[in-house]
Design a protein around this ligand. Structure first.
Ligand SMILES: O=c1ccn([C@@H]2O[C@H](COP(=O)(O)OP(=O)(O)O[C@H]3O[C@H](CO)[C@@H](O)[C@H](O)[C@H]3O)[C@@H](O)[C@H]2O)c(=O)[nH]1
Ligand SMILES: [Mn+2]
Length: 847
């Protein structure tokens, strides 16, 4: 699916075939948006660019015809909600008073959390990079470039749960990205410390000598081979069509061979290690894992020992590809296989393997710890001004993406105060109907564009470019003091690292890293050792933040709190693409981690009510929303279970007069959806996206969110954080069905409440039908209306839980119509049972 946003008019008529915007110059930004930067552009033109720098992105705001009704409706709903509260308090009549009180509290909470969610969406702004302007300004006619350096971080935690093939595809897409090779370095962090990852990376570097020039020569997109070779008939946009067929098939063949190599690494290591172990070790020695060069691997071993296992081993840094100016230290450049790369740049960016040291007596701080280790190690080598990080299950889908981020960082307006540029997350393994709302478009295209109009989007964990000094906790230029203390208390005890920080702050670094010496590597290994960042500022004011399940939101919060801004970058061809869990259980685990992390943030010093002194008011509201939203689920769960009332023999009403109450409810609920409808218009997402979002919120609210709240309570009592359970990227073993995982139902305790709600609603509808049959003649019109209104609510819950009902059906759900038959059957059975019991009781009583 094309991104909602796109390259704007500025990209029109662009000759660069890589930019999809050349095909679709008009209206790509979406028909509901208008330029908002005309004055700025005029001024920039007149002054010849205030400080000599051009404007590198375009800004759009929502057209008045959509924005004004949208804002008005928000205001009207606010009034309606207030009136509703007043009405309820005045009519404090109910058959169950405690439930009434609870539901009033619930309604107040709904109103409040709606406001927290809605207010920050007042002024959405879309910003679109102007790639032509960037090229004009930074690419020199001789083919060199003055763009700043970028260090690209990839994190992986496990070679099984996170298949090596994906990770290596991610690395290949980075190496082949369209960015000056001498200013780009890729660092892979391997939290498993497994030799197999390192050897896979070496294989990847070899294959890259073929893959990267091939991509350059033929303008390949995407530059992750697995995704590229999956394409049916890729559009050719390169400049050597006559060579393409031959090159394509050779590279494809090589790629298949490369994959076979990856598959065989594991057994090769085992065999080699067995051989060495029998030769070189004494009786009783631990069975080591051996590298190809005949030395013992310092990381985790196949036969694990105390100090060579996942979670306990030394830090490892290995430079796989050196800086292009010094030539590569790969033994042999892979043979070019009759491919003609005569006029293609064959150089590769730097490539470094890192496995931080681990020791059970220190907390590793999960992904944040890994990223901080990369931050320190890279500072000693390339020390690039900018950092971008990827999860190993994501890859660069648009080779221009790194440049696109630069358009925001280098812009004359707020470039220098921009700490990070976040891209939307896109996924390419999601089932076509997106049953569990994995695409999350409402969030990525709605909420984030809204924040872009404030202080900027939050950091979302992957696909985000940072300014290195912002990560170091340095203030933005307008707040920065001259004498910044760079000491070991804050940054750790490595002198070369401290020097690198000073250089970074003073913009004195060179884009060419120092030569790789043993001392340098030793120092890099020192800064990634298990204890290096203990009792320092790392994880608190420096780097990615620790002690939380969601390092992303809180890291962004810390940076915004210092007064930096962030930007949201949407490209017509999605910048990055990744894998989302399409299995319900896996998906809910992810949601527990996110919502649990949110609550942890609320109960930490980074609580949005007290932390972040320079955060703008509405941005703060949005962060507050992000930290408290799981609480809403408790009330939703309560309401979703209320159909149980149907099972009670007498009529009970939670609020009297009931009809008026329901009408009020209907109106304010309907208004949410009308506002939502206007929102999806400007966000450019579909009804299906919106609808899936609603459904998944309901499913989450009866499972994952309450589980997270429970976690939090336990956490507050026992001080135990939420475990970072890496999202499994392994799919159910069914090669015939790409979406087999969708039908794989794994029961976990948190699914119980959802099941109970489902059963309660099915039961309630059945009983309602039974009651209707039994009492139809005796009921008054008012009673009939009440029954109908109550039922409406049940049916609504059923519709929202529809994807969950499908999940329960497992493989049967391949034919969802079955559900449409099963449900009425279930209703009817309950109904018949009710009627039968009623008749039985009647006859029993009359006896
Ligand atoms: O100890 C750890 C744990 C995780 N990771 C890496 O963290 C990344 C994200 O893990 P994943 O299991 O794929 O999580 P997701 O739920 O898919 O991730 C989303 O949510 C996370 C926050 O919970 C963000 O950090 C991610 O960027 C975001 O994509 C992966 O690259 C892992 O290899 C580590 O490096 N070390
Ligand atoms: Mn992931």
């Amino acid at each position: 699916m094309a991104s909602a946003a796109g390259a704007g008019g500025a990209n029109a008529g662009l000759a660069d075939p890589l930019l999809a915007s050349a095909k679709k110059p008009v209206g790509a930004k979406g028909k509901h948006w208008v330029a908002a930067d005309k004055d700025q552009r005029r001024a920039a033109k007149e002054s010849g660019g205030e400080d000599g720098r051009p404007l590198l992105f375009r800004t759009y705001k929502v057209k008045g015809t959509l924005l004004h009704p949208y804002r008005a409706l928000i205001f009207i709903r606010l009034i309606a909600v207030l009136l509703f509260f007043v009405w309820r308090i005045k009519h404090n009549k109910s058959d169950i008073m405690w439930f009434w009180t609870l539901s009033v509290v619930g309604d107040v909470w709904f109103g409040f959390s709606w406001l927290l969610n809605q207010l920050p969406k007042f002024n959405p702004v879309k910003t679109i990079p102007d790639m032509v302007a960037l090229k004009r300004q930074y690419d020199l006619p001789d083919g060199t470039s003055t763009l700043p350096g970028i260090d690209v971080f990839v994190t992986t935690a496990d070679p099984i749960d996170e298949p090596i093939l994906y990770t290596m595809n991610c690395v290949l897409s980075i190496l082949a990205s369209d960015y000056p090779v001498d200013r780009c370095a890729c660092y892979l962090s391997d939290d498993s410390g497994a030799l197999i990852q390192y050897e896979a990376l070496v294989e990847t570097a070899k294959f890259a000598t073929l893959w990267v020039p091939f991509c350059r020569k033929h303008c390949i997109e995407p530059r992750a081979p697995e995704s590229y070779f999956e394409l049916e008939a890729p559009l050719y946009t390169g400049s050597a069509p006559e060579d393409f067929k031959n090159d394509h098939s050779s590279v494809h063949r090589e790629y298949d061979e490369f994959k076979e190599h990856l598959d065989s690494i594991s057994s090769a290591i085992s065999k080699r290690s067995d051989a060495y172990n029998s030769m070189k070790t004494e009786e009783g020695d631990a069975k080591a894992t051996w590298m190809a060069n005949g030395t013992q691997w310092p990381g985790s071993w196949i036969d694990t020992t105390e100090i060579h296992r996942k979670g306990h081993h030394a830090g490892i840094v290995k430079v796989v590809l050196g800086h292009s100016i010094r030539g590569h230290n790969l033994g042999s450049q892979a043979s070019t296989n009759n491919l003609n790369f005569a006029s293609t740049d064959v150089r590769l960016p730097m490539l470094v393997y890192i496995s931080r040291g681990k020791n059970p007596s220190y907390d590793h701080n999960k992904k944040a710890g890994a990223l901080n280790a990369q931050l320190r190690a890279s500072a000693l080598l390339s020390n690039a001004q900018f950092i971008i990080n990827f999860d190993c299950d994501h890859y660069i889908n648009n080779s221009q993406a790194l440049r696109a981020a630069m358009c925001f960082m280098l812009d004359q307006r707020q470039g220098d105060s921009t700490a990070f540029v976040q891209f939307p997350q896109r996924f390419d393994n999601v089932d076509p109907s997106d049953r569990y709302g994995n695409h999350n478009r409402v969030f990525f295209d709605g909420t984030m564009l809204a924040l872009n109009g404030l202080q900027g989007p939050s950091y979302l964990g992957t696909g985000c470019m940072f300014r290195r000094i912002a990560l170091y906790g340095i203030d933005p230029p307008e707040w920065r003091h001259d004498n910044i203390v760079v000491d070991d208390k804050r940054f750790g005890s490595s002198i070369p690292f401290l020097e690198s920080v000073s250089k970074a702050i003073n913009q004195e670094r060179s884009t060419i890293p120092p030569p790789i010496s043993e001392t340098l590597v030793a120092e890099m290994e020192r800064v990634v050792s298990a204890s290096h960042d203990k009792a320092t500022g790392w994880g608190k004011g420096v780097g990615y933040i620790y002690d939380i399940a969601t390092e992303d939101i809180v890291t962004g919060f810390r940076i915004h709190g210092q007064g930096w801004r962030s930007m949201y970058c949407t490209m017509e061809r999605d910048a990055f693409c990744g894998i989302a869990p399409i299995n319900l259980t896996e998906r809910l685990h992810q949601i527990v981690r996110w919502s649990g992390g949110s609550l942890e943030m609320f109960f930490s010093l980074n609580n949005p009510l007290i932390g972040g002194r320079r955060i703008q008011a509405l941005q703060r509201v949005s962060y507050l929303n992000m930290t408290v939203y799981p609480v809403t689920s408790l009330f939703i769960l309560l309401y979703a279970l209320s159909p149980v009332m149907w099972l009670i023999p007498d009529e009970v009403y939670i609020q009297r007069p009931f009809t008026k109450y329901v009408v009020f409810l209907l109106v304010i609920i309907l208004m949410i959806h009308v506002i939502g409808w206007l929102e999806i218009k400007w966000a450019g997402v579909t009804w299906l996206d919106y609808w899936r979002n609603e459904q998944f919120f309901m499913i989450g609210s009866t499972s994952a969110y309450p589980a997270a709240v429970l976690h939090m309570v336990v956490n507050l009592l026992t001080k135990k954080g939420i475990h970072f359970r890496v999202t499994s990227k392994q799919t159910a073993a069914d090669t015939n069905d790409k979406f087999a995982d969708l039908y794989d139902m794994r029961w976990v305790p948190m699914l119980i409440p959802t099941t109970v709600v489902l059963i309660a609603n099915v039961g309630a509808i059945g009983v309602a039908m039974g009651k209707t049959i039994v009492y139809m003649g005796a009921w008054t019109i008012a009673q009939k209306t009440h029954a109908a209104l109550g039922l409406l609510f049940n049916v609504w819950i059923m519709v929202l839980l529809y994807p969950f009902a499908l999940a329960i059906m497992g493989r049967w759900a391949k034919r969802p119509v079955i559900l449409l038959v099963l449900l009425p059957v279930a209703f009817t059975i309950v109904c018949l049972v009710y009627v039968a019991v009623h008749i039985l009781l009647l006859s029993y009583l009359t006896f």
